[in-house]
Design a protein around this ligand. Sequence first.
Ligand code: GLC
Length: 671
Amino acid sequence: MGKSDKVKKVENAKEKLKKESGSRKAEAVRNAEAAPAAEPDGKAKVVQKDEKAEPVREAEKEERSFETRLGRHMDELKWLYMELYDSQEHFDDLLKNLKGFYEDRKASLKDLDKAREKDPGWYRRNGMLGMMLYVDQFAGTLNGVREKLDYIKKCGVNYVHLMPLLDTVEGRSDGGYAVADFRKVQEKLGTMKDLEKLADECHKDGISLCLDFVMNHTSEDHEWAKRARAGEREYQDRYFFFDNYSLPAMYEKTVPQVFPTTAPGNFTWLPDRQEFVMTSFYPYQWDLNYRNPVVFNEMMYNFLYLANQGIDVLRIDAVPYIWKQIGTNCRNLPQVHTIVRMMRMIGEIVCPGIVLLGEVVMEPDKVAPYFGTVEKPECHMLYNVTTMATTWHTVATRDVRLLKRQMEIVSSLPSDYTFLNYLRCHDDIGWGLDYPLLEQWGMLQVPHKKYLNDHFTGKLEGSVSRGELYNEDLVTGDARFCATTASMCGVEKAGFEQDEYAMGAAIQVDVMLHAYMLFLSGIPMLYSGDEIGQVNDYTYKEDPNKAADSRYIHRGKFQWDLVENIEKPETVQGRLFARLAELEKIRGKEKVFDASADFRIVETWDDGILGLVRESEDGKLIGLFNFSDEPRIAWIHEDDGLYRDLLSGNEMKASGVWVDGHGFFWMKRES
Ligand code: GLC
């Protein structure tokens, strides 16, 4: 633990004490108010317990918890709101609605809120294991997912991220990230009631649900957009409209492009209106204008509406983009943080059981600020995006130096920060690496990106990966990459060539990567299909709505026929599933995997092997991961006792450890 971390911890503890004594004071005041009046002689009048004291009505108690939570945040919330919007009228409207959403929140969710308030680390426990899936690809409908909960449990998963499922228009959906109605589920997937039912069922099984909250934009098919297009000024003010190109041209000077090939530019010309509208993503995704307090308020109501359906984790999509300012890159502006901080407080007032997961696909120094500070937290969790990209760089280069550096950065952050770790997700891999450092080792940005893309598309001699480029910029040569974990590890190639030896090697890489990902500090997230080694799905090319977007290569239908193999140890699925299940089981049992454990690197003196340490009062664990394909020695020397490999059960010394090619160890110090 770094020094500043310790200082923060102490401050945190002091703050907690202050708050507790504050609430103890409040409690004392309440008790005094409820207590019987003293007799003139100073002695308290003796009353039979229930004789006089009026039973505190449930409703009052409820009211009190809302008011207490509001009271805790009121000053700061109002301050930030006024700073941004300076409108008492809109602020009052916000407060009125917060109360309304609180009143609408059902009792079971309020109970969950209370339980989670008492156990604020509930989502960071070692037993947490996430999985992200597309409802239609996985089980057709929301009810289908409910019927498949047994499989989800079998995977050891207790946190399910349902990919975007709100109303959208086929062909103009960006995989569901163009929302046409925040309060309606896509008809083909079911209804809001089905979602609520699924959430209830999940809660019974101790499973949390995560849903995307796409707040940067709406679909052009959203009612606001339609009314804006029809000329209603009030709705036009919710977006960015321009009747000539002079302001858009100024923006374009400094704002980078998200989809340079599939959707170039940040503005779209609307011939029917003879106007431009701001569209940072696809032309049918209109950016919302958060300078307008109505937009902020209404979007908060949408957030709370979803929370009240029983959602536990809200993934705030593309959050760095939500504030626009001419002359800047329109990313991560200070107002974004003000808005996220307000969201955090609003959540804590109305539905404190909710966790905010920020999607900040940016370089590390831009990511961490979204955690906010200990006193003024913003997101509870953030994606560990740089680690993900750096991991695949390491797979290609078999050189752990950059990953080691990245681990050092992660371990220097306070352990209150919770990262969501993953190997693959629904999006492409952008090669956002630490190029200044790589350049010192002779890897220059442009050729290195090309090398990575050539490696993973399988163009290079000896490469076993299969996949496709994404948003290749023919001018700069820049490109991102898409494929499933299994295809990147060589499962697809080995299967196609029916090469049993190569298949064994591919599975080994896949398992080692999962073992490493599960070891990282934070919460592990599986991508549905990875547990059975699902490979790329090329059928998207036949669908005109998808053909131009290679991200669909890893968004294929879940192959239930392959699930049948998981009990057969001779199959790919049998081998992979069983080994991942074993790792997950160990992780769930060993408390030292809790996100609060200390996390650091251990020097292995071999550029092929990454050495990591987790330590807490629950023990000490060393992870060794060989990213090279040959046996190597990890020159560690931890002479603080004997260790046991948690997988084989073998006792071993933590010094000079032989690690097979693409092998790994999870070694626990014996107590
Ligand atoms: C996020 C999503 C991505 C989507 C974009 C626009 O980055 O992960 O799939 O295209 O937001 O909403």
